[in-house]
Design a protein around this ligand. Structure first.
Ligand code: FAD
Length: 366
């Protein structure tokens, strides 16, 4: 399939490979300043606000190259949450003043973004959102709490899903832009997570936070539609770094097995893993390509999230089985790979949530 990549698109992938090399040689992880200096914090944000202006497909390929080049999967997930979750929400749904206020800082990495939708009582179920906006004077007050928020410990801007107490209709949701220094907003880092440790996750509490009408991501009750649109970006793009890292893991395991002497059992396992990686990759690229074609459905993003996250988890488990002793000794760079892969299964909506979406999109005649 010809996705119509331009020279510029291919160039950014080559640049990602070079950027990753600097860090894989030293074993370090880029700081937010380094992400910003490299242009990665604004990769697909509009050029007029200092972004790279790259399409979703080129962005996904660049993330894949960063992961294949050895950048930590948690750091890439955090960058993805900043870019595809928070910053693209502002770019695609923000008012002109909101874009002018936030996008240049988000694009340069001067501000870090987070998307806060999960709640302890509801988890992946967006309908269970209990954070409430209550009208007061010309504005609102926000109360509630979000959990597992990627970048929550360090974010300068939170894009928050909340519902309106006054209107309990299914459409009565708003997306709110909350700067870190909003009175009543507090953050508690979540320590000791298993998997994707570099995501700086946090619990975020809103205690009667003042919210002006101009802090709503566009006015009106379009919050749930906006949230689902934001999810299209996140689900289509955020796993690209981890899929790239899996490709590198696969190459290392294959080299290791080749040195030790391969046989049919290991060859069949490698063939199955390679085929799954390829299938996952095409589904992910197709979902990103459809974003660039202004596709508006959630079917491709959810199919991609479901398949890619499960492929990463299953292939990583299989790779570890193939080199069990070496992996257990912490060799071949697989020490954290399985925990990282398992965390991806519930990030951006669990598999069950993706299945709900896919089933609803393909109709009820199953
Ligand atoms: C690495 C990582 C990063 C994350 N980043 C963020 C972030 O940036 N922002 C944010 O807001 N959240 C984030 N989350 C939270 C994530 O989106 C989930 O909401 C959270 O993991 C809840 O976990 P859960 O689904 O297992 O829990 P629960 O929602 O309690 O679900 C328990 C089980 O019930 C199933 N289930 C729940 N609802 C339904 C339903 N309607 N139909 C069928 N089955 C259902 C789930 O699939 C799961 O198997 C992140 C999570 C992880 C692991």
């Amino acid at each position: 399939m010809d996705f119509g990549l331009t020279e510029g698109d291919s160039g950014v992938v080559a640049r990602a490979t070079g950027f990753a090399r600097q860090f894989s040689e030293t074993g370090g992880t880029p700081s937010w300043d380094q992400w910003g200096d490299g242009g990665w914090t604004g990769l697909c944000l509009p050029g007029e606000f200092g972004g790279g202006g790259y399409p979703a497909l080129a962005s996904v390929l660049a993330f894949e190259a960063l992961g294949r080049g050895g950048i930590d999967r948690g750091a890439l997930f955090a960058l993805g949450a900043h870019l595809f979750g928070c910053s693209m929400a502002v770019a695609n749904h923000g008012l002109a003043e909101q874009k002018a206020a936030w996008l240049p800082r988000l694009a340069s990495g001067a501000a870090v973004g987070a998307l806060a939708f999960s709640e302890a009582s509801g988890g992946s179920d967006l309908d269970a959102c209990g954070s409430e906006l209550v009208a007061e004077g010309t504005g609102y007050r926000l109360s509630g709490a979000k959990t597992c928020v990627t970048n929550g410990s360090i974010a300068d801007l939170f894009v928050v899903l909340a519902r309106s107490r006054e209107q309990r209709s299914p459409f009565a949701y708003s997306m709110v832009l909350l700067p870190r220094d909003t009175p009543g907003l507090s953050v508690t880092p979540i320590e000791g997570v298993r998997g994707l440790a570099a995501t700086a996750p946090a619990e975020v509490v809103f205690d009667d936070c003042p919210v002006a009408e101009s802090d709503l991501l566009r006015r009106g009750d379009l919050g749930m539609a906006q949230m689902l649109d934001i999810m299209r970006w996140e689900r289509s793009c955020i796993l690209a770094g981890s899929l790239g890292a899996l490709q590198a893991d696969f190459e290392r395991v294959m080299r290791h097995l080749s040195e030790r002497g391969r046989h049919q059992a290991t060859d069949h396992a490698l063939a199955r893993i390679r085929t799954r990686i390829e299938a996952a990759r095409w589904l992910m690229l197709q979902a990103a390509w459809r974003l660039d074609q202004s596709g508006s459905d959630l079917l491709q993003p959810s199919m991609s999230k479901l398949f890619v996250s499960e492929a990463i988890a299953e292939c990583t488990g299989e790779l570890r089985r193939l080199v069990a002793g070496a992996a257990w000794r912490g060799e071949l760079g697989l020490a954290d790979a399985l925990d990282d892969a398992l965390a991806l299964l519930s990030a951006s909506g669990t598999s069950e949530v993706q299945l709900n979406t896919i089933a609803s999109q393909i109709g009820s005649g199953l």
